[in-house]
Write a protein that binds this ligand. Structure first.
Ligand code: F6P
Length: 329
């Protein structure tokens, strides 16, 4: 009987449990056994595992976080760490491993699959993209992004109530690491006055001061500015607004709240399709790949090639945001 492992690594994302569930249930249907590796690569190094069957993933599709726990492992970056991880794979008799996570997770997956090939190990590694940042080049969508957008939007809608009452300027810092996807989608959805993203170099006069002035001229008395963490600190921008424009803004850093909560329909659906496809790719001997969504379709891409792919940032969305955000005076 074939046996596969599944793990989640790096920052968690809503929908990871739905992906684990899909992997476990598809494996079972394919006559494979499934082992859950806990705490990501760290757990693989330390033989931290749990048997999973179809019942162990019941009532998990609606839960945020990851039932397998997650971690960021320094040790796995070294060949000796990966050697220990491969020893665990051998001990468990794993034919395949599904790694659910983001960029760092996939770099680890690629290094492990290369090392396994060098040692003539039969281990096949498959990656499933899950991160609220949506910053993986080979896929248009990563599990968790939609839920994180919805969470941020719900928070900002609440903020707007009080900002409107006090006629204040609000700066909201959202996550996204080095990418502005989360900030841009959220900014469009809340009708932000301005969005600051790393993909568009921030010019204080053009991107902040002028927008506030124009919003003010058109009758607005409160301004919502969404700042991607990768574009700088919301606190620094607020200080500059205070000094140069003479208004007294308030700063909210949404932080890790964006990573929690029950996954949205989109994330459950994407995670279920991706988890299913990961196991089917292995069953059909198409391992060492990344499961991606391109133009709505699931594809499996050679891991080596997938990790070199880049996607162009959708600057048209930035233009749409600008066109819609400030009413004409
Ligand atoms: O990659 C997901 C993410 O939430 C990023 O948006 C953020 O920069 C980072 O992880 C935060 O990491 P940590 O959980 O280690 O604070």
């Amino acid at each position: 009987k074939q046996r596969i492992g599944v793990l989640t690594s790096g920052g968690d994302a809503p929908g990871m449990n739905a992906a684990i569930r899909a992997v476990v249930r598809t494996a079972s249907r394919q006559g494979m056994e499934c082992v859950g590796i806990r705490r990501g690569w760290h757990g693989l190094i330390n033989s931290d595992f749990v048997r999973l069957d179809t019942a162990s993933v019941s009532h998990t599709i609606d839960k945020g976080g990851t039932l397998l726990y997650t971690a960021r492992s320094e040790e796995f970056l070294s060949p000796s760490g990966r050697e220990k991880a491969l020893a665990t794979c051998k001990l468990l008799g794993l034919d395949g491993l599904v790694a659910i996570g983001g960029d760092g997770t996939f770099r680890g997956a690629l290094a492990l699959s290369r090392q396994a090939a060098e040692e003539h190990s039969p281990l096949q590694v498959v990656g499933i993209p899950a991160t609220i940042d949506n910053d993986i080049g080979c896929t248009h969508y990563t599990i968790g992004f939609d839920t994180a957008c919805n969470t941020a939007i719900a928070c900002i809608d609440k903020l707007r109530d009080t900002m409107q009452s006090h006629e204040r300027c609000s700066l909201v810092e959202v996550m996204g690491r080095h990418a502005g996807y989360l900030a841009l989608y959220v900014g469009i959805a809340v009708g932000a006055t301005a969005v600051l993203i790393p993909e568009h170099e921030v010019d204080f006069e053009r991107d902040i001061a002028d927008k506030i002035r124009r919003a003010r001229l058109s009758g607005s008395t409160h301004y919502m500015i969404v700042v991607a963490e990768g574009a700088g600190s919301a606190m620094d921008y607020a200080n500059r607004i205070r000094q140069e424009i003479g208004i007294d803004p308030r700063v909210t850093v949404l932080g890790h709240i964006q990573r929690g909560g029950t996954p949205s329909a989109r994330d459950r659906e994407a995670a279920s399709r991706m988890g299913y496809s990961a196991v089917m790719a292995m069953a059909q001997n198409r391992g060492n790949c990344i499961i991606a969504i391109q133009n709505g379709q699931i594809v499996d891409l050679d891991m080596e090639e997938a990790l070199q792919m880049t996607k162009s940032f959708q600057m048209d969305r930035y233009q749409i945001l600008e066109a819609l955000s400030i009413p004409q005076a």
